[in-house]
Design a protein around this ligand. Structure first.
Ligand code: FAD
Ligand code: PHB
Length: 403
């Protein structure tokens, strides 16, 4: 048995866990990160692509923005397409110069793992049988096996950054958390294709046959999504069928369409809205997808993970520097406020842009009117723009030790 001691034990090396570890490091606070997957698996997992302005600013302020500045694609607008026409929403003009940046979650995670490695603070990959205990004591513990040896990490605080399927949230006794949940009667089939993006900006399409999304990862790689039935087996979708459906849904009357190329990755993602609150039990603090999930239509999940850990880092800094616990006590309320606004936005984007199997004509025409209003009213476009580039973070970078 190996016994270790740290200040903050972090379960999960996704965006939430790695960002928190780095924020704590910058404040001279020690942490141990425990991840059950391999380094390659964590980096190769294809997920988010859109970073809000505040997330970009945060990565830069943390000194981990070099890759982002080199390879990130700054987008000052996006398109909403319906009835065969694309309508541009000028995000920068409507928000006083803010934008989003397309930079794969893989790259964010790779950059953060590199930064962690430079700190020489511990990060265990391929940890097995991870569990947490003594959550209501002043010394909670993370237990796991690594390389055949049992490990026990004694901490002041544990951060549960282990995603929706992790072990931290289920370790909280029954009756403590209230769960709010909505599932959607569809999923997204996502592909990466070797094809130069045929638009410089994202295109969100509402089509009679269902939603489709045009995005990208680099000047040579296109990222596309299709609304499909929930739990759709990917085997039902040979590459030619995927391209046929993408082109039917996305081609606009002016002839715009995605460029076709070799598909190098494909998979199906279910859609869910989920909030578990409070995001704390004793000395366990949940952050990111372990506490909340949004459907990807609003591109908010990774960004919420970043805002959660900024709030947690501020609270832990005050705890270690001044013995203050008020911000730890406020942690959940402060995060949940922003989480619900992102939930509302993601739900609205999802319900406006997708076809629902059981919908009647009323709903269909309401959706078209919603899209018509959105793309013709400056007020409606401004509302979308300010949410899409990201509502303000609840706490300042300075309060979390960044200048
Ligand atoms: P995760 O990324 O899930 O990380 C949790 C980590 O914990 C993982 O590495 C996992 O292996 C590890 N773990 C799990 N169980 C254990 C255990 N028992 N012990 C130790 N470790 C464990 N968000 C956006 O902001 N913008 C987008 O454009 C966007 N697009 C998306 C597109 C798709 C198709 C999908 C699926 C998601 C998208 N998201 C987007 C959401 C985003 O990917 C997630 O919200 C984000 O990954 C959350 O980060 P996290 O660190 O909280 O959780
Ligand atoms: C992506 O590029 O993967 C992406 C973009 C926008 C979304 C979701 C995912 O809303």
């Amino acid at each position: 048995m190996r016994s270790l001691k740290t200040q903050v034990g972090i379960v999960g090396a996704g965006p939430a866990g790695l960002l928190l570890g780095q924020l704590l490091h910058l404040n001279g606070i020690d942490s141990v990160i425990v991840e059950n997957r391999s380094r390659d698996y964590v980096i190769d997992r294809v997920r988010a692509g859109v970073l809000e302005q505040g997330t970009v600013d945060l990565l830069n302020a943390m000194g981990v923005g070099a890759g982002l500045q080199r390879a990130g694609l700054r987008h000052e607008g996006l398109y909403v397409s319906f009835g065969g026409c694309r309508h541009r929403i000028d995000l920068a003009e409507l928000t006083g110069g803010k934008a989003i940046t397309v930079y794969g979650q893989n790259e964010v995670v790779r950059d953060l793992i590199d930064a962690r490695t430079m700190t020489t603070r511990p990060l265990y990959f391929e940890a097995e049988r991870v569990s947490v205990g003594a959550l209501h004591s002043s010394s909670p513990v993370i237990r796991f096996q690594h390389g055949g040896t049992d490990h026990e990490v004694h901490c002041d605080v544990i951060a549960g950054c282990d995603g929706f399927h992790g072990i931290c949230r289920p370790s909280i006794p029954a009756g403590i958390l209230t769960v709010y949940e909505r599932s959607y009667p569809f999923g997204w089939l996502g592909i990466l294709a070797e094809a130069a993006p045929s638009s410089d900006e994202l295109v969100y399409t509402y089509h009679e046959r269902g939603f489709a999304l045009f995005s990208m990862r680099s000047p040579r790689i296109t990222r596309l999504y299709l609304q499909v039935p929930p739990d759709e087996p990917i085997e039902n979708w040979p590459d030619d069928a995927i391209w046929d459906e993408m082109l039917v849904r996305m081609t606009t009357r002016d002839g715009w369409r995605p460029t076709v190329g070799r598909i190098i990755q494909k998979g199906v993602t279910p859609m869910r809205s989920f909030v578990a609150a409070p995001m704390r039990y004793g000395r366990l603090f949940l952050a990111g997808d372990s506490a909340h999930i949004v459907p990807p239509t609003g591109a908010k999940g990774l960004n919420l993970a970043a805002s959660d850990v900024l709030v947690l880092a501020r609270a832990l800094k005050a705890f270690y520097e001044r013995g203050r616990t008020e911000w730890l006590d406020e942690y959940s309320d402060v995060c949940v406020r922003r989480v619900w606004k992102a939930q509302r936005f993601s739900w609205w984007m999802t319900s406006t842009l997708h076809r629902f199997a059981d919908e009647n004509g009323f709903n269909h025409h309401r959706q078209l009117a919603d899209l018509d209003y959105l793309t013709s009213s400056r007020a409606a476009m401004t509302s979308l723009a300010e949410q899409y580039v990201g509502l303000p973070m609840e706490v300042s970078f300075e309060s979390a030790g960044l200048c």
